[in-house]
Ligand binder design. Structure first.
Ligand SMILES: [Ca+2]
Ligand SMILES: [Ca+2]
Ligand SMILES: [Ca+2]
Length: 445
């Protein structure tokens, strides 16, 4: 009779808090059967607490001759669990992976070891039209051996699954701390090969807020050791799409490229959208499809949303005496600028979903002016607690309320709520079985 022994060596410790609302978790899975280590098993990490039928792949790799597959997956920090699938060809093992802190310690590494009875040779049993070792039913590109997996962020590949990027533009001055000087929606889609390298990257942006008189260039930096061909599609205010193509060297990409070509932030939006007396008008969209000359590693390209940043280009309206300054996202400064010169202030935020940003001049940190009382609690907990602070508006007058009512925000909050409920059930299960997980098994499809 078939049986599985699973051991869990997940590591916990103090994470580094840099105001991040996303989290990248390294994982390592090893599979062994009676004959030795199992090569060619497909390890798949999916979001486990979505509604049925909405499986979203976070990572997909094949075990090597040592029965091992290791990589990383990126989620929003508020996500409470993922699911690991181990496809042995004739069987698929599934196991939940909790992402929750234990006793204030963050999950730093997922390490699982599986020993199964019998003798498995997964690659001899799968149907794999393009021979890239990923079975057709798991392969996002079943007839293209150079691509195996599509990973989207923040949730699915849908056009309305978005994050909000919010920047203050006067680094190193703290400004008014309303984090609305440059606000953009964003999402990403990655095409990866079987080795887990990124072959092609599509990033989508839309400029949606500009609470400042100053102008900016919105740029994207990729620390990759190869060049790329970039197809840019800019969607104007009337919906007209302008497509151009450009070739960049590795040095160009490391220095950062302009998302909106030559257009600055005064040209990419029609309304400031920073007061509730102002009717919302979305700005221009930009989609960059980045085809790398050679596939790049995760370590090079980093985790979604990568490193989009703003550069001030005209200081005249405020008569400031410093020249060009960059503001990067938390943890995304590429080593060029420290954004956390004051530990209590990030200068920018990545917020999952369509976020109601602060209206003009209201400090997000201040109890009297913030729209999000839990922001300070989250910060003071070092990011361990109140991870979904951004879903809880505590003062509607402090936030911009004229955003479209359809689309991501309502959906995202509902997902967060349903995940919280599901997690409560999962936690009970995990505590009750300790580290000796019982694996669910089913026949491979
Ligand atoms: Ca395949
Ligand atoms: Ca393929
Ligand atoms: Ca400001």
């Amino acid at each position: 009779m078939f049986s599985v022994t699973a051991s869990n060596s997940d590591q916990y410790g103090q994470g580094t808090f840099a105001f991040q609302t996303t989290k990248t978790t390294p994982f390592s899975f090893v599979v062994k059967d009676e004959d030795g280590f199992v090569a060619g098993a497909i390890i798949r990490i999916t979001e486990s607490d979505q509604a049925p039928g909405n499986t979203h792949v976070l990572a997909q790799l094949v075990t090597d001759v040592n029965g091992k597959a290791q990589g990383t997956f990126t989620t929003t920090s508020a996500l409470t669990s993922v699911q690991a699938n181990i496809n042995l060809g004739s069987r698929v093992l599934t196991q939940p992976v909790s992402l929750q802190p234990i006793n204030g310690q963050e999950l730093l590494q997922v390490s699982r070891f599986f020993t199964v009875t019998g003798d498995f040779n997964p690659q001899s049993l799968i149907t794999d039209a393009d021979g890239d070792k990923i079975p057709d039913n798991y392969d996002a590109y079943p007839n293209d051996a150079t691509k195996a997996t599509k990973v989207c962020f923040p949730i699915s590949c849908a056009a309305d699954d978005l994050i909000t990027l919010a920047y203050e533009d006067l680094y190193p001055l703290q400004g008014d701390a309303d984090l609305n000087d440059y606000v953009s929606w964003a999402r990403s889609e990655e095409d990866l090969n079987t080795a887990g390298k990124i072959v092609k990257l599509r990033v989508h942006y839309q400029h949606v807020g500009k609470g400042t008189l100053l102008g900016h260039s919105f740029r994207l930096r990729l620390q990759v050791n190869t060049g790329a061909t970039v197809v840019r599609k800019i969607t104007g205010f009337t919906g007209t799409v302008t497509q151009t193509s450009a070739t960049y060297t590795s040095t160009n990409l490391k220095n950062g490229i302009a998302v909106y070509n030559g257009e600055n932030s005064t040209q990419t939006i029609q309304a400031t959208n920073n007061a509730n007396s102002i009717t919302f008008k979305a700005g221009k969209k930009a989609t960059l499809e980045i085809g790398f000359t050679a596939p790049v590693t995760r370590a090079e390209v980093g985790d979604s949303p990568y490193d989009p940043y703003i550069v001030l280009i005209n200081l005249a309206p405020l008569n400031l005496n410093f020249t060009e300054t960059e503001t990067h996202l938390p943890g995304k400064n590429g080593g060029l600028l420290g954004i956390l010169s004051n530990a209590s202030y990030p200068y920018s935020l990545i917020v999952p979903g369509i976020w109601h940003w602060q209206v003009e001049g209201l400090d997000i940190r201040n109890t009297n002016t913030t729209g999000y009382l839990e922001y300070a609690s989250w910060m003071n907990s070092g990011g361990v607690s109140y991870k979904n602070w951004y879903t809880k508006v505590t003062k509607t007058a402090s936030v911009y309320n004229n955003l479209p009512t359809t689309g991501t925000l309502a959906g995202f909050i509902n997902i967060i709520k349903s995940k919280s409920t599901l997690f409560a059930a999962l936690l009970v299960l995990i505590i009750s079985v300790g580290i000796g997980f019982t694996l669910k098994q089913r026949l491979a499809i």
